[in-house]
Structures are given as C-alpha cells and as structure tokens.
Design a protein around this ligand. Structure first.
Ligand code: HEC
Ligand code: HEC
Ligand code: HEC
Ligand code: HEC
Ligand code: HEC
Ligand code: HEC
Ligand code: HEC
Length: 263
C-alpha cells in the first residue's frame, strides 16, 4: 500500500513539475501514461503498432488500476461482456469485454481521455436510452457527470474543503453546464476556460505565512470568506445568492486577487 502511494506520488510529481516528460513517450508523442514502459501493458513492448496494441499482458481492470485504484469502485461496470450491441465508436476488447478503453483513449490528448466529442449525459446516451435515466430518482444527474464517482482526483492526498466539494458535485468532470473545473493532485483548481488556476483546500493562515498576503483578520472586511479557514470556491464565488457563481469582488484591476494578495 505504501509502495503504491509512493508510485502515485512520483508519477504525480512528474506530471506536475516536468510537463516536458509528457512528451517523452516514444512513438506516440505526448501520451499518457508517460512514466511507464510500454512492455508493462503491451505484450510486444515498445515496438507496439496499432495492430498489436490489443494484446495486453493483463486485463485493463488490472493494468489501469495500478494507478487508478478508485476507477473500479463506485464506477461504471467494466470488464464484462455486454449482452447487447454497442455503437462501433466504443469498441470492446479482444475478449468482447466492455473495458476502460471502450470509453477511454488511453493515449489520447484531450482532458478526460474520452472517445469522441460527446460529454456528460450526451456521452451516456450513446449507449443508454433516455428511459434508462428517467427511472432514476435524480434522473441520473449524479451519474452522468462521469463514469466514476471519484470526483476528487486527489482523494486521500488533498483535503478539499466541504464547500468546494459541494460545488464540485456539479462542476467537476466533463462538460458541466455552466462550466467544468478539475482539481489536480497537488490541490490546484483549474477552470476549463483557463481562468484563474488556484490552490484550494489549503489553510489560508498557513499558506499566507509564506508569502505576501493581507492578514486573515482583514479578509471579511474585503468580502472574502474562507471555508473552515481554507481557500475555497466560495472565497472567490458567491455561494448562496440569486446570482449563482458571481465573483465576490470584481476582477477589475485584479480587485478580487488583491483582496488577499498584497502587492
Ligand atoms: C497502462 C497500460 C499501457 C501502457 C503503459 C502503454 N499502453 Fe499503449 N495502449 C494501452 C491500451 C489499453 C490501448 C488500447 C488497446 C485496445 O484498443 O484494445 C493501447 C493502445 C495503443 C496503440 C494503438 C493506438 C491507440 O492509441 O490506441 C499504440 C500504437 C500504443 N498503445 C502504443 C504504446 C507505446 C509505444 C507505449 C509506450 C510508450 C504504450 N502504448 C504504453 C495501454 C497501455
Ligand atoms: C503509471 C501510472 C498510470 C497508469 C498505469 C495509468 N494511468 Fe491514467 N493517469 C495517470 C496520471 C498520473 C494521470 C493524471 C492524473 C491527474 O493529474 O489527475 C492519469 C490520468 C488519467 C485519466 C484522466 C485524464 C484527464 O485529463 O482527466 C484517465 C481517463 C486515465 N488516466 C485512464 C487510464 C486508463 C484507461 C489506464 C489503463 C489503460 C490508465 N489510465 C493507466 C497515471 C496512470
Ligand atoms: C460504450 C457504451 C456505454 C456508455 C458510453 C455508457 N454505458 Fe452505462 N452501461 C453500458 C452497458 C452495456 C451496461 C450493462 C447493462 C446494459 O446493457 O445496459 C451499462 C450499465 C450501466 C449501469 C449499471 C446499471 C445497473 O444498475 O446494473 C449504469 C448505472 C450506467 N451504465 C450508467 C451510465 C452512465 C451514467 C454513463 C455516462 C457517464 C454510461 N453508463 C455510459 C454501456 C455504456
Ligand atoms: C462507460 C464508460 C467508462 C468506462 C467503462 C470507464 N470510464 Fe473512466 N471515465 C468515464 C467518463 C465519462 C469520465 C469523465 C471524463 C471527463 O469528461 O472528464 C471518466 C473519467 C476517468 C478518470 C478521470 C477522473 C477520475 O474520476 O479520476 C479516470 C482516471 C478514469 N476514468 C479511469 C478509468 C479506468 C481505469 C477504467 C477501467 C477500469 C475506466 N475509467 C472505465 C467513462 C468511463
Ligand atoms: C446542483 C448543481 C450545481 C451546484 C451544486 C453548483 N452549481 Fe454552479 N452552475 C450550475 C449550473 C446548472 C450552471 C449553469 C447556469 C446557466 O448557465 O444557466 C452553473 C453555473 C455556474 C457558474 C457560471 C455562472 C455564469 O455567470 O456563467 C459559476 C461561476 C458557478 N456555477 C459556480 C459555482 C460555485 C462556486 C458553486 C458552489 C458554491 C456551484 N457553482 C455549485 C449548477 C450547480
Ligand atoms: C482564486 C479565485 C477563484 C477560485 C478559488 C475559484 N474560482 Fe471559479 N472563477 C474565478 C474567476 C476569476 C473566473 C472567471 C470569471 C470571469 O471571467 O468573469 C471563474 C469562473 C468560474 C466558472 C465559469 C466557467 C469558467 O470556466 O470560467 C465556474 C463554473 C467556476 N468558476 C467554478 C468554480 C468552482 C466550482 C470553484 C471551486 C472548486 C472555483 N470556481 C474556484 C475565480 C475563482
Ligand atoms: C482567499 C484569498 C485569495 C484570493 C481571493 C486569491 N488568492 Fe491567490 N493565493 C492565496 C494564497 C493564500 C495563496 C498561497 C497558497 C499556497 O501557497 O498554498 C495563493 C496562491 C496563488 C498563486 C500560486 C503561486 C504562488 O505564489 O503560490 C497564484 C498564481 C495566485 N494565487 C493568483 C491569484 C489570482 C490571479 C487571484 C485572483 C483571480 C487570486 N490569486 C485570488 C489567496 C488568495
């Protein structure tokens, strides 16, 4: 278990600090997973071509779970033979199983590594009909955001505050209506639009002690709220207002940012 966590940490570190490493995989330029030898998955090793690619040394439920242990819990079923025909855009593996690569392009480039252009509900509706979701109590809204409920990617390694978790419930993964966000392993929030990438879930007091920030006691006066002392979605966005998602302070001349950061 410890060794496993260490591997995750190392791989995470590679992704975070040397983006160039992403481009190091030979043959398939810039592909995930970059830090692993081809032979750990492909029977023929580094010389693999598209024809040989399907011959893997184990099932994907085993190979991928080495790094994505949670992708099998509270997730879409994977590793079984469907009893009905699925659209050709979602290929089964050589055993005829619906598996990770039925939905994902392992060596893809797009965020989420999904096949095709459809996301969220539209993606699900390629294989399921509307009636499949209509019978669910929440019409499937809690599921269609992803193939997995493990929305906090860094679960276990970062401690996201409760308010951010609430927002992530609708805004994480895929193309959430209103805009999607993701949180990377080091706790950095990224908006799909590229706006204001920012650490969240960190203690303001602790983090601000290392930099130039206004004292925590002055934040309230500047309309900034913390969630249990932590930087959160609700530090920048209104949480319980008619104006859903409005910024708490205008971005004009970096007003929002300078409410916490000191020049
Ligand atoms: C974690 C396991 C894993 C590793 C490591 C891996 N691959 Fe793959 N690769 C896959 C899977 C899964 C597929 C999809 C297989 C299928 O279609 O049945 C795939 C598909 C491919 C394909 C077919 C085209 C495509 O993109 O789908 C090529 C080519 C390929 N891999 C090359 C490589 C090379 C070169 C490396 C080493 C740099 C590598 N792979 C490392 C799992 C892996
Ligand atoms: C050697 C470790 C490793 C292996 C093996 C591995 N992955 Fe990953 N994968 C990663 C890392 C690291 C990331 C980036 C995670 C992050 O920062 O959120 C990632 C990201 C992903 C993502 C999300 C991409 C995104 O941009 O949101 C998907 C989907 C994924 N992997 C699927 C797979 C599948 C399917 C397999 C098996 C064929 C696989 N992974 C095998 C390490 C691995
Ligand atoms: C590539 C086709 C495909 C896609 C895309 C797909 N599914 Fe499925 N899903 C299946 C198949 C096949 C089954 C097995 C049951 C069946 O045949 O409907 C299944 C089963 C399920 C089940 C389990 C039902 C149960 O209780 O036994 C749920 C829930 C589900 N899918 C939800 C989703 C959601 C949500 C999405 C979108 C994120 C999605 N599916 C996308 C093919 C797909
Ligand atoms: C029925 C389709 C489906 C299957 C099967 C599936 N996934 Fe996913 N997966 C998704 C969707 C949809 C997302 C959300 C992608 C997005 O839009 O960001 C996702 C996201 C992910 C992510 C990134 C987000 C997260 O929660 O960490 C990883 C990693 C991942 N999948 C790995 C896997 C692995 C490993 C397998 C096989 C064991 C697998 N998936 C099987 C549909 C699927
Ligand atoms: C129950 C689901 C749900 C939750 C929870 C949720 N949102 Fe949203 N959010 C939405 C939807 C749906 C939209 C799109 C509204 C529209 O475009 O009409 C949206 C839009 C937004 C927008 C864009 C507004 C704009 O002007 O375009 C922001 C910013 C936002 N949400 C932030 C947040 C924050 C911060 C939280 C947590 C305090 C949060 N959301 C919680 C569903 C949700
Ligand atoms: C450091 C401040 C900050 C934090 C923290 C923050 N946001 Fe944002 N957010 C912004 C800014 C700035 C914009 C762009 C607004 C604009 O351009 O008018 C934005 C835009 C958005 C949008 C609109 C779509 C987009 O991609 O621009 C959504 C949705 C959103 N944020 C959700 C969230 C959620 C959910 C969280 C917490 C997980 C969060 N934000 C945390 C500053 C922040
Ligand atoms: C709630 C107060 C708060 C607001 C509002 C805020 N920040 Fe920050 N920001 C911080 C704190 C505290 C850190 C240090 C986090 C850490 O080190 O873990 C930080 C870190 C950063 C970093 C990471 C680089 C570094 O030196 O650590 C950047 C970039 C950044 N902020 C930009 C912005 C921008 C741009 C805005 C406005 C859109 C903004 N911040 C709004 C409190 C805030």
């Amino acid at each position: 278990m410890c060794a496993f966590r260490l591997i995750i940490a190392l791989v995470g570190a590679l992704f975070l600090y040397t983006p160039g490493a992403l481009n190091a995989a030979p043959g398939i330029g810039g592909a995930h997973p970059s830090a692993t030898s081809c032979g750990s998955c492909h029977l023929v090793g580094a010389d693999v071509d598209p024809v040989q690619a399907a011959k893997l040394v184990a099932s994907q439920e085993v190979l991928c779970a080495r790094c994505h242990a949670h992708a099998l819990e509270f997730s879409h079923p994977s590793g079984f033979s469907p009893r009905r025909r699925l659209p050709a855009a979602y290929p089964l593996d050589w055993k005829g199983d619906l598996t990770c690569s039925t939905c994902h392009l392992t060596h893809g480039q797009e965020p989420g590594l999904l096949r095709g252009k459809k996301r969220a509900r539209e993606f699900c509706l390629d294989c399921h009909d509307q009636a499949f979701f209509s019978t669910m109590k929440d019409s499937g809204t809690s599921l269609v955001i992803s193939g997995h409920l493990d929305i906090g990617r860094g679960r276990g390694t970062i401690d996201i505050d409760a308010h951010s978790l609430h927002c992530l419930g609708c805004h994480a993964g895929g193309h959430a209506p209103g805009g999607s966000v993701s949180v990377s392993r080091n706790g950095v929030l990224r908006h799909a639009s590229g706006s204001a990438p920012h650490p969240i879930g960190r203690s303001f007091r602790e983090a601000s002690s290392r930099g130039r920030f206004h004292p925590e006691s002055q934040l309230a006066q500047k309309k900034i709220k913390l969630s249990d002392g932590k930087i959160s979605c609700i530090s920048c966005h209104e949480a319980y207002k008619k104006d859903h998602g409005k910024l708490v302070v205008s971005l004009d001349r970096s007003g929002l940012c300078l409410s916490c950061h000191a020049k």
